[in-house]
Design a protein around this ligand. Sequence first.
Ligand SMILES: [Zn+2]
Length: 364
Amino acid sequence: VCGDHLQMCEWRKYPSPMTQSLIDNDVEQEAIDALMHTMEGSVESYRRYLRLKAKLMGLKKLGNWDIVAPLPKAPEKKYTWEESRREVVAAYKSFDPEWAAWVDEMYGRRHIDGEVRKGKRSGAFCATWLAGKSAYVLQSFNGQMGDVYTQAHELGHAVHAYLGGRNQKPSNYEIGSCIAECGSVFGELLLTDRLLAAVKTMEEKQAVIATVLDEFGMAAYQVSARVFFEKSMYDAIKAGKFLDGETVSSLWTAGRDKIYGDAVEWLPEMKWEWTMKVHYYIPNYRFYNYPYVYAQLFVFALYRLYKEQGKAFVPKMKTLLAAGSSRSPTELAKDIGFDVTSENFWRKGIQQFEELVDQLESTM
Ligand SMILES: [Zn+2]
C-alpha cells in the first residue's frame, strides 16, 4: 500500500507523500511541519506528566498498560442525570449564555440517548440535523465523571453543528477533521475549570486533571508517534529498504520512543502494535493521523487564548465555529490573529497542557 502510494505521488509530481492528505484536509505543509516540530520539541512536558502519574500510582515507571489507567485513589463520585445536566450547562454558561441555552435545549428536547440498555452500541457520537435545527447525541450514561465529560464533549459537537449549520450553505457547513474538535474539547476544558473550582479533596483534583491530560496525551502525543512512524516508512521505501515485519516494527518503536523516551516500559509484543491499526492498510487514505494532533492542539491553543483575552474572545470563537468549511483552518486562525505556520501559535496549546501538569504537580 505504501509503495503504491509513493508511485502515485511520483506520477502526480507531489512534493511529499503527505501532499494528497494536505489537499483533503485543506491545510499546508508548513503548518503541519510547525505543528509536528512543536510536538517533538515538547515531549518532555508529556514525559513529566507520565512520571508524575507513575508516582501517583505508586510505581517506579508506568507500563504501557498503565498509560490511560484511572488513578487508584480516584474517588468513586457518581453523578445523576440532573447533576450532569447542571454541571455541563453551567460550564458552557461560564463562556456564553447562548451556547448554554442550546446545550440545555438538547436535554429539554430529550435528544440525548443516555440510557444503558442491552444491545446498545458502545461509544458516543453526535448526529446533526438539517440546517442546524438540532442534533442528537448517543452515549451510555453510567454516572461516572467520564460520562459527564463525554456529555460535555458531544454537546460541544452539537453547538458547533448549530453554528455551522445555521450560518453556512449545505455545500460548506461540514466541519473538516482538523477543526472538528473545536467545540467539543473546548467544552471539556470549560467543564474542567468548573469541576476544579469545586473539588473538595486532592484526590478529586488529581482525578479531574488526569482525565484531561490522559486524553490529550493519547490524541496529541501518541498520535504524533504515528505520524513519525508513517513518515519513516516512506523514507525507508525511498531508501530501497525491504519492509518485512521486523523492519516495520523497528520503525514503529523508533517513532514511539521519540515521544515516550524512557518514561514508559513496553511489553516486547507491543512492537507489533502497528499490525492492529487498520488505517495503514486503507489504500488512498494516507496520514489519517496528524489531523487528530492538529485538532487537539488547535483547541488547547484556542482555550489558552480565551484565558488570556477573556470575554473579548467569545465572539471570535463563535465566528470560528460558524464558519463550517467555508474557510480553511489557516484562515480561521488568521481571523483570530494567528499564523499556524509559526510554532508560537502551537506553543500556546502546549502551555495550556503544561499549566494542567503544573496544577497536578502542585497537589503532590
Ligand atoms: Zn469528538
